[in-house]
Design a protein around this ligand. Sequence first.
Ligand SMILES: C[S@@+](CC[C@H](N)C(=O)[O-])C[C@H]1O[C@@H](n2cnc3c(N)ncnc32)[C@H](O)[C@@H]1O
Length: 314
Amino acid sequence: MRVIIPPIKSQGIKTKLVPWIQALIPAVKGRWIEPFLGTGVVAFNSGFREASLNDINPHVIRFYKGVKDREITPGRVRDYLEREGGHLKKAAELGYTHFRAVRDRFNQTHDPLDFLFLSRAGFNGMMRFNRKGGWNIPFCQKPERFSRSYVTKIVNQVHDVACLIQPDWIFLVGDFEKAIREATKNDIIYCDPPYIGRYVDYYSGWTEEDEKRLFGLLSSTPARFILSTWHHNDFRANSFIDTLWSKFNIVTRDHFYHSGGKIENRRSVVEALVFNFPANIRKHNHGVEPKPEQMMLLEERAEYITQQVSRAYK
Ligand SMILES: C[S@@+](CC[C@H](N)C(=O)[O-])C[C@H]1O[C@@H](n2cnc3c(N)ncnc32)[C@H](O)[C@@H]1O
């Protein structure tokens, strides 16, 4: 199973779980609604013609809206990364002075290309903002970060998502509640909120009240939904599975997170998908990891994109 990987990076990215999530998506006539878009990897591989994609983080939405509107093109991204990567390489303090300059500029102007730069030059592919909304991830400390091959890889990722974004995909900034309330019985909602009780520091926090509010909305939606959450790890269980989510169907799968600030979050975790429709899927799935994108040839990516786009038009 192949997965197209988007240009934006973040902790909690679902790349390795995409095939498992895809296997559960029911045949629906309506839209793909994703209230917690993050990097967009699940939506980009969903194959839907109509989608409503939302996040509270305005920077990810602005970036993908820019790609959709052809303001952010592969060519512009290449020019930008070659220029800024060149400055990074020559900058004092092993590149740090230029990283700081881009970060300070982004905090003032919110330029989506500076956002891409920070996402790809930050430590461990993490994304976090401080209370004032400023970028809060340190430099990866690699002045040669934007090598020719790395720039090409990012440019290809921008090209891939530009091909996958459909004319009827809308990008929205806001709280999840509005996005869920607009769903009708023909839609499928995929929710991947910050994981309650774990590392949740993306753009805003995530509280018990948020989890309960989400539960209330998903309990009363006429649409079908799939929710990603964690089930348990070596240390403890997600208590909200028992107290809230167990009234729905649940399947689980082992997963290993490679990034994350805290040691605890680097260990294996049992992931859960909670859903409100019947499905023929194994209760616990040890799963096969998708082939990494680096191994995917240009022709394979092109073929995959063509398949996704033609599926979207059925
Ligand atoms: C676990 S991440 C989603 C990861 C995504 N599925 C991926 O694979 O990249 C959770 C996302 O929820 C967003 N978020 C947090 N609170 C939110 C809220 N109240 N409403 C909408 N989005 C929110 C965060 O900005 C973050 O992008």
